[in-house]
Write a protein that binds this ligand. Sequence first.
Ligand code: ATP
Ligand code: MG
Length: 403
Amino acid sequence: LPSEFKTARPILQTIEGAGFEAYFVGGSVRDTILKDPIHDVDIATSAYPSEVKALFHKTVDTGIKHGTVMILDHHHKYEVTTFRTESGYQDFRRPDKVTFVRSLSEDLKRRDFTVNALALKEDGTVVDLFSGLNDLAQHVLRAVGSPEERFHEDALRMMRAVRFASKLDFTIEKQTEAAIQHHAKLLQKIAVERIRVEFEKMMMGQNPLKGVRYFLETGLYAYCPRLNGQKKALSRMLGLNASLQLANETQVWLFVCRILGLSAQACPTFLKAWKTSNDLNQAVKAGLTFLEALDNQTVNAHLLFQTGERYLKEALTVQKIFDVSFDPDQYLVAYKKLPIKSSKELAINGRDLITTHLVTPGPDLGRVLTALQEGVLNGTYQNQSSELISAAKTMLTNKEESD
Ligand code: ATP
Ligand code: MG
């Protein structure tokens, strides 16, 4: 067992010692059997939340109404969730109301895919009620129970299917795939934020193009923000000969915008429909601005400065996906050679100009500083205070004369 499970064993033992059942469940069990690294371990138990809380010194009610209690133990955190069923699905979304139950099988039955419905006992025994082990061995993603019913209950599971196909590099079983195709339209009922999370994970998976192929073939794409009618453009992804490895959300959205041919000017509307964060929108816009300049061969020191190192690197990574022979080095070198990397590095600041009595606070001050910064960037001036002060003098004298 991986160390994450070993350190969590005493938690399960404590719960079992009190006469309840406790298991590792979900992604960590699946990933362990696949020999993939795991992040967080989820624990499921027959004990009700109040019963769990009574067994441990430090607990936090993280998701108590869904049955989740967090246990704090020796600087580790564990989420322990009471076995539950989810009945009364309305509007094709997961119900808010859940019922706590004492039976593991009821809990496993509500899970989405057979490979996600395995439970692991503290002693290493696997509980496999839906042949999840076999599907894991075959690299198959299969809905637990009737796929038609399961996607009708919760339409987000269809996006989860394409996400896991990509993340695990698994094939979606035929009937499960057919049910996605049949119910794709129900995706409209799901909050955009939740679709986005699955979409991003799909794009960042082990085999993103496998996920994307299902996403396109099942028609799910048509019910995502501003992707309806874009099958042809999105299919361009499948023709890229580079193996697609996107490391973060910025790269995902930069890549998608480039695939769709969206300009830096057009991207905010698109991203707004996906409800991405302001930070991300800013990163994508900066990256697209740089890539457009790259297209037009108008990259200069000013643009490198404006883009900044972080966004520059993301943009160069995305460019490389489209053009394997592209060499990002010259841009990284040019960036490193910039005399200043931020306005703060300019050898003089506003206060220096004011103390020399050259200018008073106001719009002129800002204009002079911007002009000096540009001059330093394009090599007109050295980044040196005496030279910049005399340059400022010249600018302001010329200005007075022309006023
Ligand atoms: P990851 O490694 O990406 O976290 P995961 O399998 O742990 O993968 P989670 O979204 O963390 O995925 O969900 C944990 C478990 O909860 C899943 O393995 C699955 O058993 C169950 N689950 C999550 N979302 C759903 C859903 N919409 N419908 C049914 N079961 C779900
Ligand atoms: Mg998880």
